[in-house]
Design a protein around this ligand. Structure first.
Ligand code: NAD
Length: 499
């Protein structure tokens, strides 16, 4: 059985804990590797070595650090197919979607090439007589990234790019479900010129996470994952004086106004609801048609599209729409929630419960589901299902639809489909959700803007990537300097005491 270990001090580091976690091939259900889970001592070793390496890296001028990022971009592009294959084989998502996962991370690395500009600081000339004032952005030291299974390339890249470009060292603790791509990225960074020890990839579970949270050396924690863990990490990191940004789960609503182009809306819903088997934090999981007529017409357009979806293994290439979910436990949880929807009175318009794929009977495939007449008290509405299940909640008016999205505890993303600019503006302005799409179903901001949800979808006050990332991974030092009148006034010939 293949074993996967850690990346410490620029080399593979064999774990000694004797504790392992299974890495599956979600398409077949087979265990394809076992992952070594770090001990606290191994983690402390990685942190100590990172702290040593950071001193020189932090003092390296920003342009040189940016050049490492530039070369990293080239290498990721060079190895794109190989990275995507490994990503698909552990995660299960389609090959084109795996490339998209890498691409959206790569774009953040491209943005990090601008580190010298982003780190320039501020300067006030003559703030007083002979006084200048300037603010510098300095690295924090050693920081940690803890990442989820669903974007095994993109989110580690969102963490490591800005952290390293700012001059920090990073301990990356990737998801134990699909750990290989982060290790490949660490190797590429070494090839790009990153000094050994500056990025340490330590695999592990709660034990490693807790050791990160309690380490007095770690200065900041960037987390992405489910909400209960995000909140736990935020609170425990804050209790030990760390800076923390923790992004959690989602339940993204898409409002469909009566004037929307319903074909466009239906196409958008199918892609955003079922793409990546619904395992995206920006997936649309709730459709909110406004008015009974809109709802009836939308369902009519959705059903044939959903029934045509092709579900299969990533090895089928471009020929499939989505693959399996990540684990058997995830599949069981999705089917349990679907059953609760039926039991609680929602109308299951497309039933994917009996889905099975010849030759892949043990794979973690879940057929597509569509619910109609879902109400806010149902578990399928309240819970993040993280599977190919779209719920329709019918709203009587725009205000009712807006209130629905606003009252949900999650606030990651949302979208509105309409032809009316006034409605769209009103929605974007009033909704209490971090990322808003207008006729765009998955409004993931590009690398030079920032990404982050509100309410229970995000803990902390700075977003991921874009300018916020450079703020998160640096601290500001402000210098006030006064130079009293000196030599330029002319020579002093008398021997004077200091005063
Ligand atoms: P998860 O919370 O199970 O795991 C995330 C990370 O936390 C992993 O590295 C895992 O090892 C670690 N972890 C798990 N349990 C822990 C515990 N008890 N104590 C300490 N650490 C623990 O999340 P996941 O299943 O890997 O990812 C899916 C979730 O991530 C979904 O809820 C999804 O919405 C969310 N997500 C959010 C965003 C965002 O930007 N808001 C982006 C992607 C995914």
């Amino acid at each position: 059985m293949k074993e996967i270990h850690h990346w410490i001090d620029g080399a593979e580091y064999k774990g000694t804990s004797g504790r392992f976690s299974d890495v599956f091939n979600p398409a077949t259900g087979e265990v394809q590797a076992r992952l070594s889970l770090a001990t606290k001592a191994e983690l402390d070793h990685a942190i100590a070595r990172a702290a040593e390496a950071q001193v020189k890296w932090g003092a390296t001028n920003p342009q040189r650090r940016a050049r490492v990022m530039m070369e990293f971009v080239r290498l990721i592009n060079r190895d794109m197919d190989q990275l995507a294959e490994v990503l698909s084989s552990e995660h299960g998502k389609t090959f084109p979607d795996a490339k998209g996962d890498i691409q959206r991370g790569l774009e953040v690395i491209e943005f990090c090439v601008a580190a010298p500009h982003m780190l320039k600081g501020e300067f006030t000339d003559s703030a007083g007589p002979g006084i200048d004032m300037y603010s510098m952005r300095q690295p924090l030291g050693v920081v940690a990234g803890i990442t989820p299974f669903n974007f095994p390339a993109m989110i580690p890249l969102w963490k490591m790019g800005p952290a390293l470009a700012c001059g920090n060292a990073m301990i990356l603790k990737p998801s134990e479900r699909d750990p290989s791509v982060p290790l490949m990225l660490a190797k590429l960074l070494q090839e790009a010129g990153l000094p050994d020890g500056v990025l340490q990839v330590v695999n592990g579970d709660k034990e490693s996470v807790d050791a990160i949270l309690d380490s007095p050396v770690i200065q900041a924690v960037g987390f992405v994952g489910s909400t209960p863990i995000a909140q736990y990490i935020y609170e425990r990191a804050a209790a030990t004086g760390k800076r923390a940004q923790c992004f959690g789960g989602a339940k993204n609503h898409m409002i469909i106004m009566p004037d929307a182009d319903l074909d466009q809306a239906a196409d958008a819903l199918v892609g955003a609801g079922y793409g990546a088997a619904g395992e995206r934090c920006m997936a649309i999981s709730v459709a909110v048609p406004v008015g009974e007529k809109t709802a009836d017409a939308l369902i009519e357009k959705l059903v044939p599209r959903i029934e045509k979806l092709k579900v299969g293994p990533w090895t089928a290439g471009n020929d499939i729409d989505y693959g399996p979910v990540v684990t058997k436990a995830a599949k069981e949880n999705i089917l349990r929630l679907v059953q609760s929807g039926v039991d609680q009175g929602a109308e299951l318009v497309v039933d994917g419960r009996d889905f099975s794929l010849q030759g892949y009977e043990n794979g973690f495939f879940v057929g597509p589901h569509l619910f109609d007449r879902v109400t806010p008290d149902m578990d399928i509405y309240k819970t993040e299902i993280f599977g190919p299940v779209l719920s329709t909640v019918r709203a009587g008016s725009y205000e009712e639809a807006l209130k629905l999205a606003m009252d949900h505890e999650y606030g990651n993303g949302t979208a509105i489909f309409t032809r009316d600019g006034d409605t769209a503006r009103d929605f974007a302005s009033r909704v209490n959700i971090g990322m808003v799409g207008i006729n765009v179903p998955i409004p993931v901001p590009l690398a030079y803007h920032t990404f982050g949800g509100w309410k229970k979808s995000g803990f902390g006050d700075l977003n991921q990537h874009g300018p916020d990332a450079f703020r998160f991974y640096t601290r500001t030092k402000t210098v006030t300097s006064r130079w009293p009148s000196g030599i330029k006034e002319g020579g002093e010939f008398n021997f004077k005491a200091m005063d």
